[in-house]
Design a binder for this molecule. Structure first.
Ligand SMILES: Cc1cc2nc3c(=O)[nH]c(=O)nc-3n(C[C@H](O)[C@H](O)[C@H](O)COP(=O)(O)OP(=O)(O)OC[C@H]3O[C@@H](n4cnc5c(N)ncnc54)[C@H](O)[C@@H]3O)c2cc1C
Length: 552
């Protein structure tokens, strides 16, 4: 974030002075926006940057405890610079939120500079290696030229120049959210590799009582825990690649002065960030549970993976807050439909359903499953639009009505994301990149696509049933398709995970190594425990023996 923000919002001089040394790791920066008191509501942050005309400097100050920066990664011990987000004041007049490059530590001794109060925020659920920090300023002075000034500017003497195109700032956020999608599917696919490999090694409970114990991967319910997560991970990986292509296209168009795709790109990045981190988090947990008791050991590495992916649920836009943004975009889009306006490509399905509000009769194609999701997303959007409009007509402000319609807005938003992933995944597997792959690989991927679509539709069946005339026969056919796709995936499952090509060093898991020697590794890891280094632990003489003899 530190490097990206300088490159995207800094002047050429700032890129030279701070961006290049940061990219080269000669200085280490962190992005310090969140405070103890405010995260989502960035406008509420309280750190101040007051311009001092006499010295042509900004004075950074933390007015109270809740204005302390809290959470920036690497801030506790590692970073020597920060991109500090603060409220700008010139002559007591407020000029919104701006970003300031602040040196925090001496480059030789690493001591905090005068007026900089810095430390680490304490142990977290995961991300043990990232020293998240706190940061307070006591009237710390920085040159005026340390404010990022590609857009808004403060001139010598204190004249404030408004940003001509603040919407450009969006693209840094979009970029970071796209990166998070990569992180999420990576965690999910690593967990899937560990759990699938273990399930091929572990034997438990004969299926016919006279038979030997099968690999647990042969229990259908075990397949139902593993394979949908493999499918989810691959869906996010492939849809994520498509999202990056859209991102490159958007940047090219912006460079030519065309901003039309930017809003859509923003919504796609938000939706994929939310869905991939949500599914990633719950997927890693399901995969951990699929390893039974051994999955509870930290030596399996599930806790690290979970800690990494669940963190991204909250940072870079908390997921509910992002869903609400998408929901409001959908309602605005629906309003435009009622006014006969043209839709952007990513909202074209809403226009189709608005114009023709009946769904075609059931058929067994995969594209019909995508249509079911689109039809449900569109109708959820319609309901949110109607209820929000009724509330406004009943006298509520738009903001109150939005808050009161929040549940429906987030549900519509989630389904909008689901239909995007489903239709992009279908397109990428069956059309766009099909000729670049072997027939054998396409056949494996088509089965993964089938599993992904069937399970997504089944998981949203409660919503789908509300708007579509699905019969019991249709539901039975879906159940058959689910079971068939699991069965087809079974012989390929381990090879698919091997194909993700995670080195044993990366997986770092007693259960997930390529050689499958899980029991040996579990034992080896247990023997390394500090509690196993002496035959009689010190605690025996100190606590246990006195307790045993205490005659309570
Ligand atoms: C691991 C990790 C790393 C981080 N790294 C950084 C970093 O490097 N730099 C940095 O500046 N920050 C960082 N953060 C902070 C992160 O960006 C914030 O935690 C995040 O923006 C959420 O803000 P919050 O914690 O204040 O939660 P809050 O905003 O207080 O949210 C709490 C609850 O209130 C709800 N809520 C809040 N506002 C609304 C609303 N408008 N409508 C409906 N519901 C709402 C949320 O959905 C949530 O359920 C990090 C956080 C974590 C966990």
């Amino acid at each position: 974030m530190f490097v990206d923000v300088i490159y995207s919002q800094g002047t050429p001089e700032q890129i030279e002075k701070f961006g290049k040394p940061a990219a080269n790791c000669n200085i280490i920066g962190t992005y310090a926006q969140t405070e103890i008191g405010h995260g989502t509501n960035v406008r509420g942050i309280e750190t101040r940057a007051d311009y001092d005309r006499a010295t042509d400097e900004f004075v950074l100050h933390t007015p109270n405890l809740q204005a302390y920066k809290w959470w920036p990664g690497g801030l506790g011990h590692t970073a020597n610079h920060a991109m500090v987000v603060a409220q700008l004041y010139i002559d007591g007049k407020h000029h919104g939120i701006q970003m300031f490059i602040v040196q925090l530590r001496d480059l030789e001794t690493h001591m905090p500079l005068p007026g900089v109060d810095i430390g680490e925020i304490g142990k977290k659920l995961g991300m043990a290696g990232v020293n998240q920090g706190f940061l307070g300023f006591k009237r710390v002075r920085i040159p005026r030229t340390n404010m990022l000034m590609r857009n808004a500017k403060v001139l010598p003497g204190g004249k404030f120049v408004q940003s001509p195109a603040s919407r450009l700032n969006y693209m840094t956020m979009v970029f970071t959210r796209c990166l998070i999608v990569n992180l999420s599917y990576d965690c999910l696919l690593q967990a899937a590799t560990i759990s699938t490999r273990y399930s091929a090694v572990r034997r438990q409970s004969p299926i016919n009582s006279s038979d030997p114990e099968p690999q647990i991967i042969d229990h259908v319910t075990q397949q139902q825990k593993l394979f949908p997560e493999i499918a989810n991970g691959i869906a996010y990986r492939i849809t994520g690649q498509h999202m990056w292509e859209l991102y490159e296209l958007t940047l090219k168009e912006i460079a030519n002065g065309d901003y039309t795709r930017m809003a859509d790109m923003h919504i796609v990045a938000c939706a994929l960030k939310v869905l991939s981190t949500t599914d990633g988090s719950f997927g890693v947990e399901r995969l951990r549970l699929a390893c039974g008791g051994h999955g509870y050991l930290t030596s399996t590495n599930f806790s690290t993976l979970y800690g990494n992916v669940i963190a991204a649920y909250t940072y870079e836009g908390e997921n509910t807050v992002l869903l609400l943004q998408i929901g409001r975009y959908l309602v605005k889009t629906w309003t435009q439909l009622t006014q006969g306006k043209k839709m952007s490509p990513l909202a074209a399905y809403l226009a189709e359903i608005y114009d023709k509000p009946e769904i075609a009769a059931w058929n067994d194609s995969r594209s019909y499953l995508v249509k079911l999701l689109q039809f449900t997303a569109a109708n959820k959007t319609r309901l949110a639009f109607e209820n929000l409009t009724n509330r406004v007509n009943g006298g509520q402000t738009l903001e109150e009505a939005s808050n009161n319609t929040g549940i429906e807005l987030t549900q519509a938003a989630e389904l909008h994301g689901r239909q995007f992933v489903a239709s992009a995944f279908l397109e990428q597997i069956t059309v766009a990149k099909k000729n670049q792959r072997s027939v054998a690989l396409n056949s494996v991927l088509e089965n993964i696509l089938e599993l992904y679509l069937v399970q997504t539709v089944l998981r949203h069946m409660n919503d789908i049933l509300r708007f579509t005339p699905i019969s019991d026969a249709n539901l039975r056919s879906l159940q058959n398709r689910l079971e068939l796709s699991l069965k087809k995936l079974r012989p390929d499952a381990v090879a698919i995970c091997d194909g993700f090509d995670y080195h044993d060093r990366v997986l770092n898991s007693t259960l997930g190594c390529y050689d499958g020697n899980v029991y040996e590794r579990l034992f080896e890891a247990a023997k390394k425990s500090p509690l196993n280094q002496k035959p009689v632990p010190d605690s025996f003489e100190k606590y246990l023996k006195p307790f045993l003899k205490s005659n309570l």
